[in-house]
Design a protein around this ligand. Structure first.
Ligand SMILES: Cc1cc2nc3c(=O)[nH]c(=O)nc-3n(C[C@H](O)[C@H](O)[C@H](O)COP(=O)(O)OP(=O)(O)OC[C@H]3O[C@@H](n4cnc5c(N)ncnc54)[C@H](O)[C@@H]3O)c2cc1C
Length: 210
């Protein structure tokens, strides 16, 4: 899995970064002026649940090498934008597959898996050879097929996403993707995401092991 932060909201007025922009939006609510400490302002707003102000900033990630099982969970988040590699237009004759550790660590399970993947490739190729279009041949592909996508979420949705997806109840693959996203974001918006990183890495240090 590769997770890359490729864009993040900038503050064009030249008076700082993303967090200064959020402070500016928040100050409008109170008709007040910045006191030069956006972190303190932001922390106070987040504490009291005045979270709409962090919707003015968003981040865009390119993610590759996750399974379709993972991306299906991801796209259930409606307050986000996605562009995903198409199995209608891209040939899937030799698709990468995401193999769960539970299968990799079990020699018999791995052997069954390998046989299945070879069968999938053979059937896909035979269907294509008979003139079946990619959009129909793809029906034989499993949830394990790796995919690539770009996603954009605003900071409020990202905080919600991290809360539900970096939790013991979350599934391991989307959790490790969410952990990688959070770690990439924190240096760019430490006040908005630093508390989550501290809280979650303390509660579940094993989720944050490389
Ligand atoms: C551990 C786990 C297990 C899950 N199991 C299943 C499962 O078995 N089957 C299944 O179908 N899904 C399952 N889900 C998916 C889950 O139900 C949500 O669809 C998914 O997490 C997206 O989150 P969200 O609804 O908060 O959407 P987001 O788009 O992230 O929405 C953000 C927030 O906006 C608000 N919101 C957005 N749209 C609406 C709306 N239409 N009405 C009111 N408020 C709205 C809500 O407050 C929501 O939390 C599971 C999720 C988790 C984390």
């Amino acid at each position: 899995m590769e997770v890359e932060l490729i864009a993040i909201t900038q503050y064009l007025a030249g008076r700082g970064g993303t967090e200064e922009l959020i402070e500016r939006a928040g100050r409008v609510c109170y008709r007040s002026e910045s006191r030069g400490n956006p972190a303190a302002f932001l922390r106070a707003r987040l504490r009291e649940g005045h979270e709409s102000i962090i919707e003015h900033a968003s981040a865009t990630f390119e993610i590759s090498g996750i399974s379709r099982a993972c991306s299906h969970q991801l796209v259930r988040h409606r307050l986000a934008s996605f562009s995903q590699e198409s199995q209608r237009y891209v040939t899937m004759s030799d698709p990468d597959m995401v193999i769960p550790n539970a299968i990799q660590d079990n020699a018999e399970a791995q052997a069954i898996w390998d046989e299945f993947v070879e069968e999938v490739k053979t059937v896909y190729a035979e269907l294509r050879a008979r003139g079946i279009r990619k959009e129909d041949a793809r029906f034989v592909l499993p949830n394990a097929a790796a995919t690539r996508l770009v996603l954009t979420m605003n900071f409020r949705e990202l905080r919600h996403f991290f809360r539900v997806r970096i939790a013991p109840e979350a599934q391991w693959e989307i959790r490790s993707m969410a952990v990688a996203m959070l770690i990439e974001l924190v240096p760019h918006a430490p006040t908005v995401f630093g508390d989550l990183l501290a809280e979650m890495s303390t509660a579940h240090p094993d989720f944050f092991e490389a």
